[in-house]
Design a protein around this ligand. Sequence first.
Ligand code: FAD
Length: 404
Amino acid sequence: MKFDTVIIGGGLSGLTAGLSLVKKGKKTLIVSSGQSALHFFSGSFELLSSSDEPFKAIDTLPETHPYSRIGRDNLLRLAEGTGQFFASAGVTLCGDEPHKRLTPMGFKKNAWLTSEGLLTIPDSGTLPWKTAAVVNICGFLDFHSSFICAGLGKCGLECREFTVNLPELEKIRQNPTEMRSTNIAKTLTGEVLDKFAAEIERVSAGCDVVILPVVVGIQDESECKRLCSLVSRPVKMVATFPPSVPGIRIQMQLKRQFCAAGGTYLLGDTVTDGVFEGSRLVGIHTANHGDSLFTADDFVIASGSFFSHGLVAERNRVYEPVFGLDVLASDERGEWFAMDVFDNQPYMSFGLSVDNEFRPSAGGAVVENLRAVGSVLGGFNPLKEGCGAGVAILTAMRVAELIS
Ligand SMILES: Cc1cc2nc3c(=O)[nH]c(=O)nc-3n(C[C@H](O)[C@H](O)[C@H](O)COP(=O)(O)OP(=O)(O)OC[C@H]3O[C@@H](n4cnc5c(N)ncnc54)[C@H](O)[C@@H]3O)c2cc1C
């Protein structure tokens, strides 16, 4: 089967690249093994959250950092268009003003773009309300109201804690392992959502704002909007521990848009190897399609980092398992990690070595028609720098521009 572009991996970076390419009229295939980091998403995309002035701090990054490879002007241009890109895919993100998000532990953290409906805290730290009703669902253990109240208390809010209960949630409550955000969100739809809204309205009487865990709107944003319209005071949501309802919603929405625009998405299949002719990749094989070769003019590897098996670590080596591409990583195991777990961990920056057009190499030779995007790239530390989604989105958009 012949495509213009084949993308290996359908997480945030693969889907962003895929959607950008189908919009350009490219016949595009995405092959993706399974869950992505979006299933663990906080609700906010980070650009460079270690800095209060990310666009200034970009100039201080080393030249091997993916942002430096994109280049300052390109990066500013692409970052400026990101909100619109996602909005046109049905994903509303707030980011006009610099803001912070509240983590499930109640800490404030710099954010770039935050899913519509989630609580954002202005840089001033002042929220426009005095009293908040922090409402959890009875038996839901992945949201700790006391942490959230402590965090909101530091923003000057007086918080009152409530739990609500609905008979419709009883079925999943019988088994504590089923009482997860995604299962609750699947239940809180239609008439059950109406009842939920009525309960919230009742318990939050006398408060200025309602704070909820994100347990609504797994399919799309419409249920969140409906909930807000049914409650007479502002409703703001805070991320729970995984799984992430807003992350899964974004993943599904981007996939729907990609397919609606003519893209082909093979979910639950794994790219096993590639066929090369000289310095070019000709095609790929997948686990489910045996000897069938998926050929293309261009390929994008978006297979993620260790977490998604885009990179694999054995006792004495780190490697890229599909094509055996060159990896930026030390051969000395002792240099992979720092003893203090909170220090900058070198292994977090391991990933593919690429040129300024994001072309990786194998055995030192550049693969001319293959580009790498997202967290499979080396040269940055998404955790310490707080730039995971920024790198995923902006490298994907840049690579889609570079593929002519
Ligand atoms: C647990 C976790 C939570 C995070 N939360 C945030 C956050 O809240 N905000 C933020 O800014 N950043 C966050 N990050 C950083 C994150 O890396 C990026 O935000 C971004 O989502 C990474 O996207 P990606 O597409 O590059 O990789 P991934 O999301 O890892 O996606 C890679 C995909 O490729 C697939 N794949 C791998 N190998 C193959 C193969 N051989 N064949 C086919 N498919 C394959 C995997 O199944 C997976 O679906 C988080 C990272 C992790 C690990």
